[in-house]
Ligand binder design. Structure first.
Ligand code: ZN
Length: 244
């Protein structure tokens, strides 16, 4: 864990989680300093980000509607630096593809400190990504996670070709193919466009994987403290269609 992350844990405002939850996180391997427990009473740097899961999703989708219409807000990056230097409380986490055409902060018209973004080609939940999202939920109080796929995804397309042809891709790409393969296998007998079907199924499978990721995300989901949803970003329109 980098120094800035440790500093974030130490000084992050942790307004709504109990000391017991922090202790559990420490047991899981994160160094929680006594100062972090004292920070429990601090006000979050972005009070407007303290939202219910439903309100967080509503805010995301309203931001996407502005982005689609080309009426995104002007963000005051300068004046938010000072409050964000003391902590963070993003209102949503997004697991997105690494594709350069997908930019979660742009497509949801949000500013710094609003989204906790994890990106990997094919937007699948590796162990590292699950751990990152656990941090967002348990330490930063993030109430919403969105798995965000997109149409014409090259990672999913490459996986389809590899599965169909039985070819081994070079370098580390086989690891990526192995992660996306279950979605491709699941739709191989479906009618319609195989790439679109696999992209959709990949999002749904990873939403389910996160919902059942014990003990942290599963517990927060079953207690309805967070929501985990899936969406598909449309390259031509910029619109995000919800799947779940
Ligand atoms: Zn992609």
């Amino acid at each position: 864990m980098c120094e800035s992350c440790v500093a974030t844990i130490k000084y992050s405002p942790i307004a709504r989680r109990s000391i017991l939850q922090l202790a559990a996180f420490a047991v899981a391997g994160f160094a929680i300093a006594p100062e972090a427990l004292a920070a429990n009473a601090k006000a979050p740097p972005k009070p407007e980000n303290v939202l219910s899961p439903e309100a967080a999703l509503n805010r995301l989708m309203k931001g996407n509607a502005r982005y689609v219409e080309g009426v995104s807000r002007r963000h005051d990056f300068k004046h938010e630096r000072e409050p964000l230097s003391k902590g963070q409380n993003p209102f949503a986490a997004v697991l997105s593809c690494a594709d350069s055409r997908i930019a979660p902060e742009y497509c949801f018209d949000v500013s710094r400190g609003d989204l906790f973004v994890c990106r990997v080609a094919g937007n699948f939940a590796s162990n590292d990504i699950v751990a990152s999202l656990e941090y967002a939920v348990q330490v930063l109080n993030t109430p919403l996670i969105m798995v965000l796929g997109h149409d014409a995804c090259g990672a999913v397309d490459a996986t389809i070709k590899s599965v169909k042809d039985g070819t081994m891709l070079p370098g580390h790409l086989p690891a990526l193919v192995a992660a996306i393969r279950p979605a491709v296998e699941a739709v191989k007998d479906e009618s319609g466009d195989m790439l679109a079907n696999a992209i959709r199924r990949n999002v749904l499978l990873n939403v389910e994987k996160l919902k059942t990721a014990a003990p942290v995300l599963e517990s927060f989901t079953s207690d309805k403290k967070i929501r985990i949803v899936g969406g598909i970003y449309k390259l031509k329109s910029g619109r995000v269609d919800l799947l779940t």
